[in-house]
Structures are given as structure tokens and as C-alpha cells.
Design a protein around this ligand. Structure first.
Ligand code: NI
Length: 256
């Protein structure tokens, strides 16, 4: 049984064929998934989905690219949602220096406010990092995010940074890129980080694994990520599937 720890089935790209996508995920052995909402519309849709499907859980937060749009009301709303039994984490939050819609200082402030909220409501956090590793690590340390821990989502950094994050109580989540032939760092991370600190995800509809690279991604493809990790680590697919699912349930405090 597989656990896709990061899926955006709340994206409008699934409006037409959501049931088929879910059916294929179940055929591939995906038993649970976390739906990530990162602004008003995607959080609302994520909550609709988790109310409807018992195997879906929600992660709610504010994306760094849109940090400039986040109001006090938005943060209060996220705090209210945090007490919902199916909200298992806050995020995705973090820093994204690739796009310049939100200035860095605003991104940092919105990131810090969400870490503080997570500590207040005692939920793990899901980190989005794009071209901002040093600042992310510094803020996680300064805010003592270790207290709640969480996930470095779709991790693309070096094994050294991965190990530093593990020390701060974070799991390293690998997605489609670990299957790309030219993806040196994710493969090194898969080799060097112990299985009890790894998670798998799709980040669908983005980052589809080989051989679907460039196409719309979906939770069923998380199987390809688990297979690739198994190959790199010299383990069976079942070992990787079982361990990563256990890790996810432990982090999200899911007992079923
Ligand atoms: Ni995402």
C-alpha cells in the first residue's frame, strides 16, 4: 500500500476526470493521500475532497509565491481549519526565489507566521523550497520548527542539506524527479537518507515521473517513485512501500 504525501487533486485540471484518476490510483495500490491547498480556492476544494473521501487528508497553508496576498483573515481561517480532524499538516509554506511576485522579506514573514501557527496548533509543516535553501534552513532553525517537524516536499537539494533537515526533525520527500535519468542529486539523496526518514509523493499535476515526464501527473504514478527508490537502495518495492507509508502515518498521526 502506497501513501502519496503531496497531491493537488484539488487542481482544476482534475475537474473532468477525478473519479478515473482516483480509480487508477487505487488500482496501483495507493491507499491514502494528502491533498495540499495553498490559497483560498485550493484550500476550499481540498476540504471538500477530504469530506467526501475517507482516504484523503488535507494540508492547508499559504504558498510563498502568493505571500503578498495573505491577509490576517486568511491566517485566522487556516488556524480554524487546523482543528478539523482531517487536516494533518500546515503548508505548503516556505520560500520561492524563482518567481518575484512576492518580495523576499514578505515571503519570510509569511513563512515565519505559519511556522508559529503550526507550533501553536501542534501540526507538522510541509516546506516548499525553490532556490532558497540557505534562508529556509536558517528560518527553520530560528523559529525552532524542530518542535513540530514536517516534510521537505519534493526535495531537490544535496544529501548534505537533506541530512541537516533530518536532524531538524524533517522527513525528506521524493517525487517524480528521482526517476529522471539526469537527476543526480535526488538519486544521491535516495541512496544516502535512511528509509525511515523518506516519504514519497507526486506533487501532481506537476512533475510527472519518467516515462510520463511533461504530462499531467496523478497519484497512481507514485508507484514509479517507490520503485525507483527500491532500485537505488537495493530493497524490494514492498519494503519501500511499507516503510514510506508507515512514516507518513506516523508523521500525520493517522491510525487507520
Ligand atoms: Ni505542491
Amino acid at each position: 500500500m502506497l501513501f502519496d504525501t503531496h497531491a493537488h487533486l484539488n487542481d482544476t485540471q482534475y475537474n473532468e476526470d477525478l473519479e478515473e484518476v482516483i480509480g487508477r490510483a487505487q488500482t496501483e495500490g495507493v491507499s491514502q493521500m494528502v491533498i495540499v491547498g495553498f490559497d483560498r480556492p485550493t484550500i476550499e476544494r481540498a476540504m471538500e475532497l477530504v469530506e467526501r473521501y475517507d482516504f484523503m487528508y488535507a494540508c492547508v497553508g499559504w504558498h510563498p509565491v502568493d505571500a503578498i496576498d495573505m491577509t490576517d483573515e486568511d491566517l485566522s481561517w487556516i488556524e480554524e481549519l487546523a482543528s478539523h480532524p482531517k487536516v494533518v499538516a500546515l503548508g505548503e509554506m516556505g520560500l520561492d526565489y524563482h518567481w518575484d511576485k512576492s518580495p523576499k522579506d514578505i515571503q519570510k514573514e509569511v513563512f515565519r507566521r505559519q511556522i508559529r501557527l503550526a507550533k501553536k496548533v501542534n501540526l507538522p509543516i510541509v516546506i516548499h523550497n525553490r532556490e532558497a535553501t540557505a534562508d529556509i534552513v536558517e528560518i527553520l532553525k530560528e523559529e525552532e520548527a524542530e518542535e513540530v517537524g514536517g516534510i521537505m516536499h519534493c526535495f531537490s537539494g544535496s544529501p548534505e542539506v537533506a541530512k541537516e533537515c533530518v536532524k531538524m526533525n524533517f522527513y525528506i520527500s521524493l517525487g517524480g524527479p528521482v526517476t529522471f535519468k539526469n537527476a543526480k542529486k535526488p538519486k544521491e539523496v535516495a541512496a544516502e537518507i535512511p528509509l525511515d526518514k523518506l516519504l514519497i509523493e507526486t506533487d501532481c499535476p506537476y512533475l510527472a515521473p519518467h516515462p510520463y515526464r511533461g504530462k499531467r501527473n496523478e497519484p497512481g504514478y507514485v508507484k514509479l517513485v517507490a520503485e525507483q527508490i527500491a532500485e537505488i537502495k537495493g530493497l524490494t518495492f514492498e519494503e519501500v512501500a511499507q516503510a514510506t507509508t508507515q512514516n507518513a502515518k506516523k508523521l500525520f498521526a493517522i491510525n487507520c
